[in-house]
Structure formats: C-alpha cells, structure tokens
Ligand binder design. Structure first.
Ligand code: NAP
Length: 295
C-alpha cells in the first residue's frame, strides 16, 4: 500500500476534546450546558445503535442529552407535535430526528418543522439554501467531517479538481457546496453519469457517497489523489456476520492514491464529532455568542 491511511478516529477524538472544552466554557458563560434532543421512531436496529452512540457521545462531551424513543406506530402529527415542543424548549439547542422514519411519516415535513437554528443535522431547506448561498448555516455532519479530513490532509484546497460521486441532500450535494466554497473545481457524478471511470480519474480529490460496495476501482483513481470514502456497505464474510466496506475498492485504490480513508475508521467517526460541534455552535448562536473558535 502506497497511500497514507487517513485516521478518522484520531481526528474525531481531537474534535470531541475541543468540543468538551468549548462546552465547559459555554457553561461558565451561560450557567447551563448545551442540550441535544434525539428522536428515534421505531426499532430499526442500525438506527438504534447510531442514536445510542450519539447520546453517549453527547454526555461524554458534557452536554445534556434528551432521548425520545417513540413506537413504530407513531403518527406524523404526534411526531410533528414533539418537534414543535422541542423547538420551544429553552434547554434544547439541537434536534436530531433519526432517519429513516416509518412509512406513515413524511420525513420532508418533519425536517421542515425543525427550527433551522436547532437543525444540527443541517437538512432543513433553509440551511441547505444558506450553505449554497455562502451564508452561515448548520452544515450537515458527514460532509463537514469529510471537509475537515481533506483540509487536515491537504491544507489549502483552492484550484484542485474534486469529483463527488453521489448527489444526495445529506452527503453529495453539501460536500460539493463545501468544496466549491474552498475554491475547488467540482464535478458531481451520479447514476446517469456517462463514463464514470473517466470522470473520477479527473479528481485530485474523490469523495465517494454512493452506497455500492467497492464500486470505485483502483484504476479509476488519478495517481496521487486523496480519496474520501463515505460509503458504508455490509458484505458477506466467513463468520456469517458480514463485514463493512466502503464504496471504494480500498486495496486497489491505496496502491494509486496519496491518501485514503478506511472503512470503518475513516469518515464514520467524524459524523458524531461534527454533530457535537454543531450542537455547541447552535447553543452559542442561540445564546447570542460568537461561534466557538477552532471548530
Ligand atoms: P443515497 O441517498 O442512496 O444516494 C446515493 C447516490 O449515489 C445517488 O445520488 C445515486 O445517483 C448515486 N449512485 C447510485 N448508483 C450509482 C452508480 N452506479 N454510479 C454512480 N452513482 C450512483 O445515499 P447517501 O445517503 O448519500 O449515502 C451514500 C453512502 O454513504 C451509503 O453507503 C451510506 O450508508 C453512507 N453514509 C455514511 C455516513 C457516515 O457517517 N459515514 C453518513 C451518511 C451516509 P442518483 O441520484 O442518480 O440516483
């Protein structure tokens, strides 16, 4: 393997330590700790694991965690009412509604009901629009984590060719906006892109957010590129439990790239770190304070 392995765990830990210091300072200034409300509807095992680790990380950072676990049968109106109550709750700085939601609930309506100032996932159209307009906003956690890793790895990104594979609202589009704001020349590829290997080969930076196991092959990667693999895919393994792989064929790409994130241990840990960061930022803004420095 020629490529450097980008250590997302270590980067995430460093952010979490800085957030914890920021939380202590916020508490000194305002007399209270920032609060994050998580809402889990139903019993999807993966979602339950994510939400539990978010609640644990919130408490470890010194923040208050309000966990709302609702049954699978919850109606849209009941969930909207909970969001309205959380919007009005002075102790709650951030609201995270775990997706996906059960079929009877329209996720778009729920996201649009969250106060944009408390939208620590950054999915509200107001935040998406502000990000696209270059205004202060809540930036979605996973893309923000990707950007942090890229800046840590490469420093100034200006002028670099960046290829983002995937155009979802939660990863592809916001990372493309963030890279554009860093003065990259950005291409967004998707399922209708013609000759995807040739497009990916243009990238000094490749961000893969597709959801297809090891789809991006080593010979698609420009020599010396930096590869950020957002994909999380479970594939069969010998012991029957399966193992996690990314959207990039790691071993092949690592022969060609300058640096690459592993799966797991790359982008994944950054998502929770950035959620904590966003909650601290939301608390500062709600309290009329400047954004915390260095985060
Ligand atoms: P998504 O909403 O399903 O979007 C996937 C995107 O990939 C779509 O834009 C789709 O194109 C594109 N695509 C699908 N097949 C393709 C192909 N053959 N060639 C080119 N593009 C193709 O997924 P997502 O929510 O963005 O998530 C992407 C991956 O990241 C998943 O594996 C997910 O588990 C992972 N993820 C990880 C984290 C983390 O914390 N690390 C967070 C979020 C997501 P169209 O638009 O044309 O359909």
């Amino acid at each position: 393997m020629a490529a450097r392995r980008i250590d997302g765990k270590a980067a995430a830990q460093a952010i979490r330590e800085r957030v914890a210091l920021g939380v202590a300072e916020f508490q000194r200034l305002t007399g209270r700790a920032p609060g994050l409300a998580t809402v889990l509807v139903g019993e999807d095992p993966a979602s339950a694991v994510y939400v539990r680790s978010k609640n644990r990380a919130t408490a470890e950072a010194g923040m208050v965690s309000f966990a709302h676990n609702l049954p699978d049968t919850t109606s849209e109106d009941e969930l909207l009412q909970l969001v309205i109550d959380l919007n009005a709750d002075a102790e709650v700085d951030g609201i995270l509604v775990q997706l996906p939601l059960p079929k009877q609930i329209d996720a778009t309506r729920v996201i649009e009901t969250i106060d944009p100032g408390k939208d620590v996932d950054g999915f509200h159209p107001v935040n998406a629009g502000r990000l696209a307009s270059g205004l202060p906003s809540m930036v979605p956690c996973t893309p923000y984590g990707c950007l942090h890793l890229l800046k840590q790895e490469l420093g100034d990104l200006a002028g670099l060719e960046a290829v983002v594979v995937g155009r979802s609202n939660i990863v592809g589009k916001p990372i493309a906006q963030l890279l554009l704001a860093e003065h990259c020349t950005v291409t967004i590829a998707h399922s209708r892109t013609r000759d995807l290997p040739a497009v990916v080969r243009r990238g000094d930076i490749v961000v893969a957010a597709v959801g297809r196991a090891q789809m991006i092959r080593g010979d698609w990667i420009k020599p010396g590129a930096t590869v950020i693999d957002v994909g999380i895919n479970r594939v069969p393994a010998d012991e029957g439990k399966g193992r996690l792989v990314g959207d990039v064929a790691f071993d092949e790409a690592a022969e060609v790239a300058a640096a690459i994130t592993p799966v797991p241990g790359g982008v994944g840990p950054m998502t929770i770190a950035m959620l904590l960061r966003n909650t601290l930022v939301a608390a500062h803004r709600r309290a009329g304070l400047e954004d915390p420095e260095g985060l």
